[in-house]
Design a protein around this ligand. Structure first.
Ligand code: FES
Length: 80
């Protein structure tokens, strides 16, 4: 059987999200806003968010502590 790396391994990017899963993948849907307005979602790419897969701003602290420069993916759908 394959054994997952220890969650505390320093080579891991993901230290806390869904650690029992062999691969964390997410399917989400984005809908046009009411009245045809723009709708958007902000997705975490730093794996630090407590609302993963959505960004909660935790990347700010991570960047300050490590000198990293990561940030979210912002996806939007514009009115037609
Ligand atoms: Fe991870 Fe913002 S909290 S990118």
């Amino acid at each position: 059987a394959l054994h997952a790396a220890s969650p505390s391994s320093s080579s891991r990017i993901n230290q806390k999200i869904d650690l029992d899963s062999p691969k964390v993948a997410t399917i989400d849907k984005l809908f046009e806003g009411k009245g045809g307005g723009e709708s958007k979602k902000v997705y975490c790419r730093c794996w630090q968010s407590n609302t993963f897969p959505l960004c909660n701003g935790a990347h700010v602290t991570h960047n300050k502590e490590t000198g990293d420069n990561v940030g979210p993916l912002i996806v939007s759908v514009a009115a037609a």
